[in-house]
Design a protein around this ligand. Structure first.
Ligand code: SAM
Length: 282
């Protein structure tokens, strides 16, 4: 387990993933009924962008660091909840802090909601647990996220979100994401699932998307942001999210947000996006 998210926190992929995550949660919270959030690969939850790890890569500079200037009003409307929660986290923990998914979820959960964060790396688990385990409606677990996923669903709440955000250290992890999403849907067909993936080249992603399209019994979205040309597979060129049972509004929101992020976060003049529905119609 070499991957440490502290080196990558706040980069373009985090911005895309977290802005969409916040939109999904905001949608689920339109009703008063309780929501469960399961984060299978949680990381440490709060990252100091002035710290050693973030400083060594500087990735955040070309991610959250490029969001200071306002976008067009229709984009700002979609980004507002993400900007709001990042500001709340900074007010609570310090101006150089960037929230990972547990940090965002913690700020957003209401009294009636519950969050479960799973992290396998022993040191990261301890940091995560120290920060969040004492919060009344949160639980931090030291487990393998893939195993925990199936043990934690279906939750007692009818509505909820599962974030699957593995480190992709193993060669088969993208195929595994597709397979696990399909298996999870069988156990909890009405949950909303967000599975993140890195895009170095497009062909392996196309293969998983084709499988989801053919086999998913529920509607889905393939949402992607490219900050570089994916014909050079030596780099992280894009960031993707498969969303199963997406909020009905998410496609339209992504179609406004992602082109703006592609333009703003592009590395060398190449920026692109994809918003594609798959599976049966919603
Ligand atoms: N979801 C986080 C966020 O958005 O802030 C980032 C997570 S990071 C991409 C992946 C995390 O998964 C790392 O902290 C890593 O230690 C952890 N991890 C790796 N293998 C795992 C496993 N089998 N089960 C649970 N966590 C794992």
């Amino acid at each position: 387990m070499n991957y440490r998210h502290a080196f990558h926190a706040g980069n373009f992929a985090d911005v895309m993933k977290h802005a969409l995550l916040v939109r999904i949660l905001a949608y689920l919270q339109r009703k008063e009924t309780p929501v469960r959030v399961v984060d299978t690969h949680a990381g440490i939850g709060l990252y100091d962008l002035a710290g050693d790890e973030a400083g060594r890569t500087g990735e955040w500079v070309d991610g959250i660091g490029r969001l200071d200037e306002a976008f067009a009003p229709e984009v700002e409307e979609i980004l507002a909840p993400y900007r709001g929660v990042v500001a709340e986290v900074r007010a609570r923990h310090g101006e150089t802090i960037y929230p990972g998914s547990p940090g965002l979820v913690r700020e957003l959960l209401r009294r009636q909601d519950r969050g479960v964060f799973v992290e396998l790396h022993p040191a990261d688990y301890r940091v995560l647990s120290d920060a969040f385990n004492a919060v009344a409606n949160l639980k931090v677990m030291h487990l393998d996220g893939w195993t925990a996923l199936h043990a934690l669903i279906p939750p007692k709440e009818k509505r909820g979100l599962v974030l699957i955000d593995p480190p992709y250290e193993k060669p088969n992890e993208l195929d595994r994401l597709g397979a696990e999403l399909l298996a999870a849907l069988k156990k909890w067909p009405t949950g909303v699932y967000a599975g993140w993936y890195p895009i170095k080249e497009v062909a392996p992603v196309d293969a998983v998307a084709a499988r989801l399209h053919a086999e998913s019994p529920r509607p889905g979205l393939r949402l992607e942001l490219y900050v570089d040309d994916p014909r050079d597979p030596s780099r992280l060129n894009g960031s993707g999210l498969f969303v199963l049972n997406p909020p009905w509004s998410l496609k339209e929101e992504a179609e406004t947000l992602l082109p703006a992020l592609a333009e703003r976060l592009s590395r060398g003049g190449y920026g692109a996006f994809l918003c594609e529905a798959f599976g049966p119609p919603a």
